[in-house]
Design a protein around this ligand. Structure first.
Ligand SMILES: [Zn+2]
Length: 125
């Protein structure tokens, strides 16, 4: 593949670039604000017409909602990690505990009104 060519992430065909990467990225950011570069895929114009906001508003809104949800989940995980760094119930640094079982045991001792348990890998849906 030449430097001025790209493979479409949807149909897999190889095309010649008609836009610079910067121009393509600018359009992607206009349609999907806040899209992280690592989540962006390069697609051809025919494939773009199958997901473009103007012609496929429902699919577009679905993709926006999914994208927003992923960002929210990331922010929640970051906030939880930040809080865990600062929250030391009874002076115990929860991050220093080696196993999830140990963490659950300490939390159950401190907060008997709640029940903390360790979720096993196979329990996950
Ligand atoms: Zn394509």
């Amino acid at each position: 593949m030449e430097a001025n060519e790209f493979r479409c992430a949807m149909c897999g065909n190889v095309y010649t670039k008609e836009w610079s990467d910067a121009e393509a990225w600018q359009e992607a950011q206009g349609d999907w604000p806040g899209l992280p570069a690592q989540e962006a895929a390069v697609i051809c114009d025919d494939c773009y017409q199958q997901v473009a906001p103007a012609t496929h508003p429902v699919e577009y809104l679905d993709s926006l909602a999914e994208h927003s949800l992923r960002r929210l989940e990331e922010q929640i995980e970051q906030a939880k990690a930040e809080m865990l760094k600062r929250w030391k119930p009874g002076g115990v640094d929860l991050l220093s505990l080696k196993t999830p079982e140990e963490k659950a045991r300490i939390l159950n001792e401190m907060f008997p009104m709640f029940r903390f348990s360790v979720r096993k890998q196979e329990d996950k849906p």
